[in-house]
Design a protein around this ligand. Structure first.
Ligand code: IMP
Length: 203
């Protein structure tokens, strides 16, 4: 099955491609002729995922999925949440975002946080949402050089490494995006099986 992954983030494409295997062919936005900046103006993570998927479907008529993620920190009342990419203002900058986060948590003992991803799939005009969450904590300093965004300060529950210290497949096995993405893949596989069975009974 061919689907467009509505993202311009090469890290995410790499992560998703590693999880996906050969079963699905992913097209980039460029490959479907979309060079537009996708709108992300909704006040929620789910709203943004849907807005991006709907944009591709409405303008290009291509089945696709889009994801949106936020880091929710308990001691900051769920911030930066939907504003995670631009927490330290425009232009989006991970180094400044992480610095602001660490500063805002200075002296704070409650370091609980979670990444939340919502993926919206639009398949032949029908919308489906898939959510993935990973609980963890924000460290007081940075560790590791892999990954992106808040990875060097996020340590998942039960792990001794930050996301930035983990190999990509280890991060994908427990990450918010990995969890949401596996739900998406399961949905697509089940759907494909139902289609194949109907086809068999017809033949
Ligand atoms: P997006 O909606 O996936 O683009 O995510 C919004 C922001 O959340 C990104 O700009 C990153 O700062 C942060 N983020 C998303 N996913 C991850 C991740 O896997 N690790 C670290 N930060 C992430």
């Amino acid at each position: 099955m061919t689907l467009c992954f509505a993202t311009n983030n090469p890290h995410k494409r790499e992560e998703i491609a590693a999880l996906l295997g050969d079963e699905f062919v992913l097209k980039t936005l460029a490959e479907i002729g979309c060079t537009d900046e996708l709108p992300e103006t909704q006040p929620t993570i789910a709203g943004n995922a849907r807005q991006k998927a709907a944009y591709v479907w409405d303008h290009f008529g291509v089945s696709c999925f889009a994801d949106d993620t936020g880091l929710e920190v308990d001691a900051l009342n769920g911030e930066p949440g939907v504003y995670s990419a631009r927490y330290a203002g425009e232009p989006a900058d991970s180094v400044r975002n992480v610095a602001k986060l660490l500063q805002n948590l200075e002296g704070q003992t409650d370091r609980r946080a979670r990444f939340r991803t919502v993926i919206t799939l639009v398949l032949d005009g029908q919308y489906h949402d898939f959510e993935g969450v990973v609980e963890g904590e924000i460290l007081t300093g940075q560790r590791g050089t892999g990954g992106f965004g808040y990875d060097p300060v996020f340590q998942p529950q039960g792990a001794e490494q930050t996301f930035a210290e983990m190999p990509m497949d280890q991060k994908g096995a427990i990450s918010h995006r990995g969890r949401a993405f596996r739900k998406l893949v399961e949905f697509l596989k089940n759907r494909q099986e139902r289609i194949d069975k109907r086809q068999e009974t017809r033949d």
